[in-house]
Design a binder for this molecule. Structure first.
Ligand code: ZN
Length: 243
């Protein structure tokens, strides 16, 4: 059992022990990668990249499982989840790092693990490793996804292009004001994509880690460094690339 180094994690604690590799070139085929988490234990499963849930349900072989369709129409699939832990449903918009469920032993499985698979548009299985390593990706356009998330959250016209109309609908977000607003998860995901890894988990809550990342963003963008996102302190304008 070896640890695989990944750039795009599918396990929350970030440690991926490979228990069975992907193999289709041999007779004994296995169309995904089997993994367990930190300490060779059960971990929570997170989305490898942005996308939309195309299936969430149960089958005799896969157990409780989720499929996410990504921008480039590739699909990532997460199998054998523990009953009652699946956090997402069909048509949910998912962002990279979002919690999907907990590793389990449902379906055709002999011990709690994640079977992670990647499929092309014709439902052919692809080697998941380069996707985990970030050598291949699901082509997310993080800025556009972020803008669409902001527009959805504030009831602005959703077109992925930020302008005065989008800005006019933004509100103040801080550790005190609207700290659980749905836009927070889009902010967390976007800051993460920009390299502000101190932002921590994509949990939709503006806590201390979120504030730290916002302060660093403000510092880098010549804004008032207060960890508060307002129109007045220019932070929204900088985030939306309007300044
Ligand atoms: Zn497997």
């Amino acid at each position: 059992m070896k640890i695989i180094e990944v750039k795009n994690p599918v396990l929350k604690k970030g440690v991926h022990y490979l228990t069975q590799d992907y193999k289709t070139r041999e007779k004994n085929s296995h169309n995904g990668m089997d993994m367990i988490g930190k300490g060779k234990a059960v971990d929570e499963i997170i989305a490898i990249d942005n996308g939309v849930v195309s299936y969430s349900g149960y089958s005799k072989t896969a157990g409780y499982y989720v499929e996410i369709k990504h921008d480039n129409n590739l699909i990532s699939r997460y199998l054998h989840m523990k009953k009652g832990t699946v956090k997402v449903k069909k048509k949910d918009v998912i962002i990279k790092g979002q919690l999907i469920g907990t590793m389990g032993n449902t379906g055709n499985s002999t011990g709690a693990h994640l079977h992670f698979a990647v499929y092309d548009t014709k439902r052919n299985a692809l080697d998941p490793l380069p996707y985990l390593q970030g050598k291949l990706n699901f082509n997310s356009d993080y800025f556009r996804d972020f803008v669409m998330g902001v527009q959805t959250s504030f009831g602005a016209q959703v077109d992925g292009i930020a302008g005065p109309e989008t800005l006019s609908k933004t509100i103040t977000i801080s550790a005190k004001a609207n700290r659980k607003h749905q836009v927070v998860k889009y902010l967390q995901s976007y800051l993460n994509a920009l390299g502000y890894s101190e932002v921590g988990a994509v949990d939709g809550i503006a806590g201390p880690k979120f504030t730290k990342a916002i302060k660093q963003f403000q510092k880098d963008n010549n804004c008032v460094v207060d960890g508060v996102i307002t129109k007045q302190n220019k932070t929204w304008k900088k985030l939306l690339k309007l300044l």
